[in-house]
Design a protein around this ligand. Structure first.
Ligand SMILES: *[C@@H]1O[C@H](CO)[C@@H](O)[C@H](O)[C@H]1NC(C)=O
Ligand SMILES: *[C@@H]1O[C@H](CO)[C@@H](O)[C@H](O)[C@H]1NC(C)=O
Length: 360
């Protein structure tokens, strides 16, 4: 038996090879070299290339976005092949496993979960497998993988989807360090925003955000960005950077929040009104103007994306009084651009108001 074994294996191997040849579909896949992770596979000298001209795409919530992905064969094939296109998604905030976005084979396609009805393939030319998401929702952020499946092998390319947006610190009307993780999440949502990711906070820090109170991020950590080290803020010895308290207990620990918004739907404006208004009157005045009192996130988005600049303090929806400055000047707060805040004020005090009108 022992002697016969290698011979048996050899025979078996030969048999399998014959079978493989007989059942291959025109392409002799037995000559496939393993995918080398460079976006190419090789079979009989034909190579499948999958590529994207952009490794990251940034967009604004509510807009259309196209994540580019193209494939081609080299040398070109005379007979079109049935190629399956699959898009997968790894959410930034949650981690874990990739989820299906859509699968397409020929004219048939299927989209999954939250993406249902919002995604399609662009197919503007042969080999165009670009994914169009419309409209884009804030939850869509993450890493997308365009996978081209041809028979036995597949190749893929990664496209990061980022949001152009703005990060802003937020605290509870009850005071500093009052929010559990869940409350922080809800507070951001009530302001037309969501909890920022670390990447978003880091980008904001690089653009100059300096804030000395730790806030929750989407991953359950509490962090704060310091660009100018100072005594009151962790000490002068520590280098500038985003400082982290690490993962915190979501119900027992309380912090502020870092919210992120990317929405610019509609228009935010300072209501022209002959009188100053208390909070109740301010809410009504916006409704009277066919609008709603602006949320904090909307005010930040208008400041950031449209350059809203108004040196008049006005009520916003959470009962705080703020004003946006894009071109700093004397008597309009600090020398840096930003949304200035007087914090939460008693509702009987009289100010202007910022309204938000959705354009149809
Ligand atoms: C987005 O795409 C749709 C069609 O897919 C088009 O009707 C719409 O005008 C586009 N919107 C923008 C903002 O480009
Ligand atoms: C605002 O003023 C109106 C009268 O115009 C009054 O009825 C209302 O109670 C006031 N609201 C607050 C919060 O002071």
């Amino acid at each position: 038996m022992r002697v016969a074994r290698p011979l048996l294996l050899l025979l078996l191997h030969a048999l399998l090879e014959t079978l493989a040849l007989r059942f291959s579909n025109g392409f002799y896949y037995h000559t496939i070299e393993k995918s080398d992770g460079t976006g190419e596979i090789h079979f009989n000298g034909v190579r499948l290339h999958v590529e994207s001209p952009q490794s990251s795409v940034s967009a604004v919530q509510g807009s259309n976005v196209t994540l580019p992905c193209h494939y081609r064969y080299e040398p070109e094939l005379s007979v079109p092949r049935r190629t399956r296109v699959k898009w997968l998604w790894l959410p930034t905030a949650r981690g874990g496993r990739e989820k299906n976005v859509m699968v397409a084979l020929g004219s048939r396609h299927r989209s999954y979960g939250n993406f249902h009805g919002r995604v399609r393939l662009r197919r503007s030319a042969p080999g165009d497998a670009s994914l169009v998401i419309n409209p884009l929702s804030l939850d869509d952020i993450g890493r997308y993988r365009c996978e081209i499946i041809d028979g036995l092998e597949d190749e893929s390319v990664i496209v990061e989807l980022e949001f152009k947006g703005v990060v802003f610190p937020y605290y509870s009307p009850r005071g500093r360090y009052e929010l559990t993780f869940q409350e922080a999440k809800e507070a951001c949502e009530q302001q037309g925003a969501c909890l920022a990711t670390f990447e978003q906070l880091f980008a904001a820090y690089e653009e100059g955000l300096d804030w000395c109170n730790a806030g929750w991020l989407a991953d359950g950590t509490a962090q704060y960005p310091v660009s100018v080290p100072r005594e009151a803020c962790g000490g002068v010895e520590v280098a500038p950077g985003v400082r982290s308290y690490g993962l915190r207990h979501k119900t027992f620990d309380r912090f502020d929040a870092f919210c992120f918004t990317s929405s610019i739907k509609g228009e935010v404006y300072f209501l022209q009104h002959p009188l100053k208004l208390n909070f109740t009157e301010a809410v009504e005045a916006c409704v009277h103007d066919g609008a709603q009192i602006a949320k904090v996130g909307e005010l930040y988005a208008a400041w950031r994306f449209v350059g809203l600049d108004q040196c008049d303090a006005g009520w916003v929806a959470d009962g705080s009084v703020r004003y946006p400055i894009s071109r700093p000047r004397p008597n309009c707060g600090t020398p840096e651009p930003g949304v200035r805040s007087f914090g939460f004020l008693p509702h009987h005090l009289k100010y202007g108001v910022y309204c938000h009108k959705v354009r149809w």
